[in-house]
Design a protein around this ligand. Structure first.
Ligand code: ADP
Ligand code: MG
Length: 312
């Protein structure tokens, strides 16, 4: 028997609320109700994934549910917000129960890891499009913005650069290397929630890496009206990605490949001792505008662009 829209929501998406002091009312009414505790602000972000644009048709629904939530939690992490609630807009070509079961399993696997409540959404028929709005609590005036980088700050990144990019190459047919690690990074990025909360005590600016560091770091530089030089020799690159670079000569991959969802942040020199997370120093913020790369003893501008949806 086909499920109606309402049964579908009850069956696959309605769960008991974990953050009941914040989420006063969840799925079922015309709106959800949220309470923002004193001394906090609400950080809000939305990310959409469209079949054929952000993921291949037929991709495993469980990974898709996981990744859809992960990319949204990554945006909250980049502003030092603690995730508390999400809403989910699903546009589905058909009601496919095994797809829904897998998708919601992946989605809630990550939601439960961070105690995030799904408090509402919308379900419509149409070409497969998945959208999440995520909400997080941040202490008043403590959100780490893109605009705070200062000349002399050092630039740091969590994790490794380029693994998701290598994973994408592999799922797209590259056979020179087998890397379950890289493929896992591509399908199930780990949002840096813990790190995002920690850095609010010392970071001047932060962004999460969705389009590749060469592209994303430029947003910090532009908003902060500064420039920077990255040191290629300092970039954290996993053994598998190093092997890929040796095979192909594609040394730019860690700079331009997207979807790593690591955090890139800047810290002024007098606060370096406060850093309490695993991260790697990769460069320095400078007065001179633009982004440069130091490699093999030469310093040159980085011209590469990240992915832009409406660029021709
Ligand atoms: P309305 O027509 O008033 O917008 P809907 O009939 O679309 O309400 O949805 C009924 C309830 O189910 C609402 O509380 C809505 O937030 C929730 N909901 C609908 N679709 C989803 C979904 N995909 N995930 C989570 N909650 C959903
Ligand atoms: Mg209504």
């Amino acid at each position: 028997m086909p499920v109606s829209e309402f049964n579908l929501i009850d069956q696959y998406f309605k769960r008991s609320l974990k953050n009941q002091t914040v989420n006063r009312l969840g799925i079922g009414d015309d709106c959800a109700l949220m309470h923002v505790p004193d001394g906090h602000e609400l950080a809000v972000t939305t990310d959409t994934m469209v079949e054929g644009v952000h993921f291949f048709a037929g991709v495993d629904a469980e990974s898709l549910g996981y990744k859809l939530l992960a990319v949204n939690l990554s945006d909250l992490a980049a502003m030092s917000a603690k995730p508390v609630s999400v809403s989910l807009a699903l546009t589905l070509p058909e009601v496919n129960e095994s797809w829904l079961r897998d998708f919601s399993a992946g989605f809630f696997q990550l939601a439960e890891q961070f105690a995030v409540d799904l408090i509402g959404g919308d379900t419509t028929a149409g070409p497969l499009t998945l959208s999440v709005q995520a909400m997080g609590l941040v202490l008043k005036d403590e959100a780490v913005r893109r605009s705070g980088a200062r000349q002399g700050d050092l630039i740091f990144v969590t994790g490794n650069l380029g693994d998701a990019g290598l994973g994408f190459k592999i799922v797209s047919g590259y056979t020179g290397i087998e890397s379950t690690n890289a493929v896992a990074h591509f399908h199930r990025p780990q949002p840096r929630v813990k790190e995002g909360l920690a850095i609010r005590h010392y970071a001047n600016a932060c962004i999460d890496l969705s389009d590749g560091i060469a592209s994303d770091l430029k947003h910090i530089l532009k908003h902060s009206q500064v420039g920077a030089t990255l040191d290629w020799e300092l970039l954290p690159i996993s053994p598998d990605t190093q092997e890929y670079i040796q095979q192909t000569g594609d040394w730019q991959l860690p700079l331009v490949a997207g979807e790593d969802y690591q955090l890139c942040f800047t810290v002024s020199p007098e606060k370096l001792d406060l850093i309490d997370i695993e991260c790697t120093k990769i460069g320095v913020v400078q007065q001179q505008p633009g982004l440069r790369l130091s490699r093999n003893g030469r310093i040159e501008p980085i011209e590469v662009k990240g992915f832009e949806h409406f660029s021709k």
